[in-house]
Design a protein around this ligand. Sequence first.
Ligand code: NOJ
Length: 550
Amino acid sequence: MSSTDSPWWRSAVIYQVYIRSFADGDGDGIGDIAGIRARLPYLADLGVDALWINPWYPSPMADGGYDVSDYREVEPLFGSLNDAADLVEDAHAHGLRVILDLVPNHTSDRHAWFQAALAGGPGSAERARYLFRDGRGPDGADPPNDWRSVFGGRAWTRVMEPGGIPGQWYLHLFAPEQPDLDWTSPEVRADVEQTLRFWFDRAVDGFRIDVAHALMKAPGLPDLRTDLDWPEAARRPDPHPHWDRDEVHDIFRSWRAVADSYDPPRVFVAEAWVPKPERLAAYVRPDELHTAFNFDYLRAPWLAEPLRRTIDATLAEHATVGAPATWVLSNHDVARHVSRYARPQTDKPVHSLQALLGLPADLELGRRRARAATLLMLALPGGAYVYQGEELGLEEVEDLPEEMLQDPTWSRSDHTDRGRDGCRVPLPWSGDARPFGFGPGADAWLPQPDSWRTRTAQAQHDDPDSSLNLYRAALRLRRELPALGDGALTWVAAAKDVLHLRREPGFACLVNFSQEPAPLPTDGRVLLTSAPLVGAALPPDAAAWLASPG
Ligand code: NOJ
């Protein structure tokens, strides 16, 4: 299918802006809306279609903004509602759509609703918006069930009642500062729809849905009876009492009706870590969310067979519901893929830094594989996500000083899991010294490695072989070639450890995972490669885009 007669989101390349770390406009060391506005020309030039901006709402930042205290305002550190409106207008003028981040599973504990729930006491209407329960044991001193927080420790915190006595417990699947809402409450449902309309009325093009698979909990909140932690615990028992329950889909159907009532229709992308592609496909049925992040692809090792299996399973399941696939290599929750691919690759999927530490790393190899991975991802049917900084070939920062770590995973794991700060280090834009043009101030909220002086956007701008220019060239070709974007692929028989796919009309992508050079087909014209060719052969861990004559 040509991308011209299909809606934009079916083939969009969406750039993820982790706002705290993208660009700082006011010099306080923290990224902000002014910083994004100043860099819109860079993003337009890169060739992406849209931005997804991580939460920019008022937040005590217990979890980097995923603890929202007011969904219809802007965090003062980032700017104001007026700045937000100006950004959306400017982005549109640059041909870039804007997607925000909706956090519907939990609020901040500073949200007015949670404060009212604490004051309201047991049995109050204010507590019914959250999941407050009495504890177990004679004096209620044990939590209501055995659920675990994703960040470590139990998923329940006990509150002091208004009279100063220990009282009920509330559920938080993430940090204690992120109390879970009760999605059986009609008031909760109505309020979130109001938030959707608030931003849609301000010309925002869509929302990424945070932990879409978490919203509904099993009636009675039954025990898990497992010692497994997330993500393993997400698979058992089945059905799971708080992940990926069938009841969540009813919520998305009502949101879709809201999105479709706008002209142009607004769109959603689901963050849903679910165990099987068929479970993911359910989120993107025609009357639900439009697209979903493909985390199976993100977690797959840099090996031909597992990648091909993941691609085939994804396409087959998405085809059953008529939705386009998405492809994603990195985001603000996982170790950057340069560093994942720098490690020995095994069949076991990995995404966290913790799983990598201790394994030998070859960053030069990781970067070569990452370049090839970019060409493969952008050749596949559907849409793709680019996490800020991956276009610069940035690696995970694995040795941040412990006293600077902010991810709640670090403290909740008793300082055994360094968490996600290493992929959130502020971007290096220019210059030879920290903070590398991140902002006009002397510092950035996390220190960048000195080695990033060669990886700044400025340093890569004029280097034809840079990672930045590979992304630019690939994104430009992706727009020009009718074969790319939405549609289908066919595999061409290839040597072991080589993937060769075709898209019509006249496009092929070849990826060499083996350690031997792979011959290029003689009937193709080379459009783009991720590494210099050796004669007519593709070197190890490299990819090429080919066009067939005629
Ligand atoms: C997923 C977000 O991507 C992550 O950063 C956050 O910690 C959790 N959801 C909780 O909101």
